[in-house]
Design a protein. Structure first.
Length: 541
């Protein structure tokens, strides 16, 4: 028996080593091909290649597309319906679920499960899902961890980190995503997703919150039957939104189909889903962070259900700034496309350190910037962004891009082309951003964006104004003068390196120092000294 176990362990280690070699070689080859395409100016082909290869690798590589790269050009340059394919059901692996249950549960708990189907009906990046039934007749699902996932996870994380820093950071020349921070967030989120005990507790937490909700359904999780390798939950029937999108692609009208099949109003169901996700961003510490089409169930009586709670999105720490972004979307849908205000709110939420630094310097400035300019630096930045936007876009209507949630794309591709503003995007709320974008893509895929999203944003703004009035007027935490000077100096250095002409224009507009602003420079050392001296002279003026 011992000899057999030893041989089995040896085969397992050999398999793991072979998989690691294969993935290492594949990513090395991918990086070489992708960089070649990028150097030849074939970025669209490069993005398609990265997405296709990562989807073929499956598991954590698909999660990487869903997470970190969803906010980069790699995913934004693909059509929305194509992007949704990374959220669809994946291939399953051979797994004896009965043997797993016998290994995981003692006899008295195993007796509570009357039957389980041997083949999975769904498969995700890390787990496979099986139908079952409790002894009392209640239908259940059993989610089991895929073979070898945990053994390979940390190795795959290292490979992806190397790939990201060697290629993705070089291929993206607009807003500088802080890849170190983003990868840290992704690593932590991924490790949490394979923590089935934590997932079961989060699912139970949401079930307790929504158990009395009239239309939002969260399945009950049977904590006593869940372990480090399996999660047992109540089965939620209904129509998967992924199925509905597939029907729409075949010519079926989604709204009519839901009405005839379930007797429900699709728009009302999507509105409920969006309202609860966004309300939860202000009410709770975390929300369901993966509302993709396969995780949403449409039910009778206008009810909508959520499944799979492996990703819990922590809600933004700066809820007031997040509310500013949500209110910005609401105003756009109400017909007020204010690029100046939009850019200012964008900075406040996504580049908060620079936003607070500029606000601090504005407070210390003793004289108005100009009779025709705003009275603080962030508003002036918004004005400059608006002017840049008008030059970039001309007569093109970008309202649809903003309405469907592509706020970063508008800022990144049109206003901040080639990162002329020198912004460093700290994705501290990357998971909540991903959840929001996934939901918006879902409504777009069903053709209901224009009808549903205005109601969602309007409803959330009204709710926050009534339930959290303090957030409407809350200001950001103060920053010291020295930190503000350092932050603004570093920012101006980046601008000067990226675009010396724009740096000179920016210095003139924000009135940091007219004698310095007329000086053009191309070296790194001079703009550093120049910008720092200019900021200090503004404070001492």
């Amino acid at each position: 028996m011992a000899q057999k176990t030893k041989k089995s362990a040896s085969r397992r280690q050999s398999s793991l080593a072979a998989i690691k070699r294969h993935r290492t070689a594949k990513l090395a080859s991918l990086a070489t091909k992708a960089y070649y395409l990028h150097r030849r100016g074939q970025d669209d082909n490069m993005y398609d290649l990265i997405c296709d290869e990562f989807i073929s690798l499956g598991g954590i590589y698909v999660k990487f597309l869903q997470g970190v790269l969803l906010q980069s050009d790699v995913m934004r340059r693909r059509h929305d319906l194509t992007r949704l394919k990374i959220f669809e059901n994946l291939d399953h692996e051979p797994l004896d679920i009965v043997a797993v249950l016998r290994q995981e549960l003692p006899a008295e708990k195993l007796a509570q499960i009357a039957l389980v189907q041997p083949q999975p009906f769904a498969a995700g990046s890390f787990g496979q899902v099986y139908y079952g039934q409790l002894a009392d007749g209640r239908p259940i699902v059993i989610k089991a961890i895929r073979p070898l996932v945990r053994e390979l996870l940390r190795y795959d994380l290292r490979l992806i980190t190397v790939f990201s820093h060697s290629l993705v950071s070089k291929a993206s020349n607009n807003i500088d995503i802080d890849l170190t921070h983003a990868m840290k967030d992704f690593r932590m989120a991924t490790l949490r997703e394979t923590d089935y005990i934590a997932e079961a507790r989060f699912a139970h937490e949401l079930h307790e919150i929504y158990k009395d909700h009239p239309t939002m359904v969260i399945p009950e999780t049977f904590i006593e039957l869940s372990t480090t390798n399996i999660i047992v939950q109540e089965y939620v029937d209904g129509l998967s939104v992924a199925q509905l999108i597939h029907l729409k692609e075949q010519g079926v009208d989604p709204k009519t189909y839901v009405a005839e099949t379930l007797g429900s109003d699709l728009d009302q169901q999507l509105e409920t889903l969006g309202l609860e996700l966004l309300r939860g961003s202000f009410d709770f510490a975390r929300i369901q962070g993966d509302p993709h089409p396969g995780n949403v169930r449409l039910l009778k009586d206008n009810k909508v259900g959520m499944i799979d709670f492996g990703i819990s999105a922590p809600t933004p720490k700066n809820k007031a700034a997040f509310f500013g972004v949500v209110r910005g979307w609401h105003e756009i849908y109400a017909g007020d496309l204010n690029i100046t205000k939009l850019f200012e709110q964008f900075m406040r939420f996504f580049v908060n350190d620079l936003y607070r630094a500029l606000q601090r310097l504005s407070e210390l400035s003793r004289k108005p910037l100009s009779d025709n300019e705003a009275e603080n630096y962030t508003q002036t930045m918004g004005r400059i962004a608006h002017e840049t936007f008008k030059k970039s876009v001309g007569v093109v209507d970008i309202r649809p891009m903003i309405e469907d949630g592509r706020i970063i794309q508008v800022i990144n591709q049109l206003i901040n082309k080639d990162n002329r503003f020198g912004l460093v995007l700290k994705l501290e709320a990357s998971e909540i951003l991903r959840a929001s974008q996934t939901y918006v893509s879902l409504t777009e895929a069903l053709g209901r964006r224009g009808v549903v999203l205005p109601k969602v944003f309007s409803g959330v703004v009204t709710y926050v104004e009534q339930a959290h009035p303090d957030l409407v007027h809350e200001t950001d935490a103060p920053i010291s003068v020295s930190d503000a000077i350092d932050t603004v100096s570093n920012w101006l250095e980046r601008v000067a390196i990226k675009d010396p002409d724009f740096f000179s224009h920016l210095m003139q507009r924000i009135k940091l120092n007219s004698s310095h602003s007329r000086t053009k420079t191309t070296s790194q050392a001079i703009p550093t000294k120049q910008s720092s001296e200019a900021v200090k002279e503004t404070i001492n003026a």
